[in-house]
Design a protein around this ligand. Structure first.
Ligand SMILES: [Zn+2]
Length: 115
């Protein structure tokens, strides 16, 4: 279905272009062709550009604490979904934000009892 609709679309365009050029409207054909080219090329180039950017900036590696497979953006901070360790993405690999041997503990204030 989609395939035949696609063919109909392109044959329609081709027919329009042939009719216009036979009427001596070559400039219009060129303009429309350019427009069509832009409409097709812009999303393609955008997709390629985004893929190129992602390929350069997405880092695939393993969590240095638990070895869980991770993906993250270069030069950003992320958190391991497996062990919850906060990680920094530098030089194409994941490093711990807190140096080894230090346990990251959040302090919780305990209210004094009034006895
Ligand atoms: Zn982990």
């Amino acid at each position: 279905m989609i395939q035949s609709d696609g063919w109909r679309f392109w044959l329609g365009w081709l027919a329009i272009l042939l009719v216009l050029s036979s009427l001596g409207l070559g400039w219009l054909v060129r303009g429309l062709s350019l427009l069509l080219l832009l409409v097709i090329l812009t999303p393609t180039l955008l997709t390629l550009g985004i893929r190129w950017w992602l390929g350069r900036n997405i880092v695939t590696g393993a969590c240095p604490v638990c070895g869980f497979g991770l993906q993250g953006l270069a030069n950003s901070q992320t958190q391991c979904p497996n062990c919850g360790e906060r990680l920094q993405v530098t030089g194409g690999k994941f490093t711990r934000l807190t140096p080894p041997g230090i346990v990251d503990v959040e302090a919780v204030e305990v209210p004094e009892s009034k006895n």
